[in-house]
Design a protein around this ligand. Sequence first.
Ligand SMILES: [Zn+2]
Length: 190
Amino acid sequence: MTSNVIPMTTSASVPTGSESAIAAGGTVTDRLVEANARYADAFTDPGMDARPVLQVAVVACMDARLDLHAALGLELGDCHTIRNAGGVVTDDVIRSLTISQRKLGTRSVVLIHHTGCGLESLTEDFRNELEAEVGQRPAWAVESFRDVDQDVRQSMQRVRTSPFVPHTDDVRGFVFDVKTGLLREVDPAS
Ligand SMILES: [Zn+2]
């Protein structure tokens, strides 16, 4: 059996325990289920209810390099995390924020985009490509962007102007630098 080596272009190309576990056999999901069994062994019921302790909802890109809990000093139960490609404020994010604030007591919203986001290399033409391939045009926008700061501003604006989200006095937006781990706040007025 031969194996194809896929060249990696990022600095994160050092083989990790995760990669060697997958190479040793089994699917990645098998690996996750095994890890869960160990997690549950050590787990004790924290006795929390569903309302986030810090009354905050964090909306962020799904990017694998962004470890929200570690990067923001968050503990279990502290916050709602709402993630998608780009961390953009779509109707479904508004749905989650509405439930988060109206039913589960959060009051603050933190929006996090990041450097090197995959959405910067896409265009809305991606929808045309999909239509040409599968014969159906997606109803959703790609939400690609060129200027990450401007996209954070647009996201803040979408939260602030939503009629469904009641608490909009503490909505702040940031860009996470995947190389330094630092957040940079985006001025909503610029
Ligand atoms: Zn991203």
